[in-house]
Design a protein around this ligand. Structure first.
Ligand SMILES: Cc1cc2nc3c(=O)[nH]c(=O)nc-3n(C[C@H](O)[C@H](O)[C@H](O)COP(=O)(O)O)c2cc1C
Length: 305
């Protein structure tokens, strides 16, 4: 049998395989480059970028929980100008599509970021409209269908790049948000960002995080993410990218079968820097074992689903 075809297309972006790195868990790529052949990944999504550099929240910013990680990094990043000048050239060397995750505090921030990144040779924009784990006020765009619509619509109007809306799971009904960003012109949807959580040190009765609350990620959230991907797939006309707790190829396959056209690996990188590549190899092995010629054949193939 010929080698299975792992390629997928998401929002017009051709990926050699459906495995990407989740924003914020793979630095700017260079931190992992000695361990991970970046040209073997489907796409790289670096740390979320804002207009100005951000220092992030006071420490402690990371806490381990029974089956996941709580983080309150506060979206620390170098800002768009340094990113374009100092980080992007390195990433572009590998020929792997670079999808830039952006976030802002106002509508205007998002629009200016989209305009600024339009001609930088990146493959697409992932627009993080999840409420950031930051004290600084501002709207939580992703929790209200109308503001979610406005942000995605505003970005869509100002860029020729594919626009991927990254949604927050901290809502009552994810379907409403999926419809909203889709109607606004999103070319794909990433599901999910972290779930809001908390952890307390009982000896001093203080939160273990400087920011008090944080975002829960890792294996603990996988069933929630999987359910949301499946739910979204039923009503979305655009591809869904599954993210949340994926550590192994079997995890990734669950998301593909539930209807994700691609997956992102996040927290797994912290214990297992080469997790993304192992997921690629594991998917290939599964296809070989089951005599499946193309990975696209298993997308949304849930039986009785
Ligand atoms: C330390 C850390 C930083 C993150 N930073 C970002 C970010 O800058 N932008 C974003 O959209 N998501 C960010 N995320 C969310 C991840 O991209 C991903 O959606 C989430 O962690 C769920 O996937 P996982 O369980 O595989 O980690 C971050 C997650 C972690 C753990």
């Amino acid at each position: 049998m010929r080698e299975p075809d792992l390629s997928v297309e998401i929002a017009g972006i051709s990926l050699k395989n459906p495995v990407m790195t989740a924003s914020g868990t793979f630095g700017y790529g260079e931190e992992y480059a000695s361990l991970v052949q970046l040209d073997r990944l489907g796409a790289v999504i670096p740390k979320g970028i804002s207009l100005e550099p951000i220092e992030g929240n006071p420490p402690p910013r990371i806490v381990e929980t029974a089956a996941g990680l709580l983080n309150a990094i506060g979206l620390q990043n170098v800002g768009v100008e340094s990113f374009v000048r100092e980080k992007l050239p390195f990433l572009k060397r590998y020929g792997t599509p670079v999808i830039v995750n952006i976030f802002g505090y106002t509508m205007e921030d998002y629009v200016r970021l989209a305009e600024r990144l339009d001609d930088e040779g990146i493959a697409g924009l992932e627009v993080n409209i999840s409420c950031p784990n930051v004290k600084r006020g501002g709207l939580c765009f992703g929790h209200d269908p109308r503001t979610a619509f406005e942000v995605i619509h505003g970005v869509r109007a100002k860029t020729s790049l594919p626009v991927i809306a990254k949604l927050s799971p901290n809502v009552t009904d994810i379907s409403v948000l999926v419809r909203s960003v889709q109607d606004a012109g999103a070319d794909a949807i990433s599901l999910i960002n972290t779930l809001l959580g908390m952890s307390i040190d009982v000896e001093n009765r203080r939160s273990k995080l400087g920011n008090i609350t944080g975002g829960l990620s890792g294996p603990a959230i996988k069933p929630v993410a999987l359910r949301m991907v499946w739910q979204a797939r039923a009503l979305a006309r655009v591809p869904i990218i599954g993210v949340g707790g994926i550590t192994t190829a079997a995890d990734a396959l669950e998301f593909l079968i539930a209807g994700a056209s691609a997956v992102q690996i996040g927290t797994a990188h912290f214990t297992h820097p080469r997790a993304s590549l192992e997921v690629v190899d594991g998917i290939r092995q599964y296809l070989r074992t089951h005599g499946i010629a193309r990975v696209t054949e298993i997308i949304g193939s849930l039986r009785n689903g």
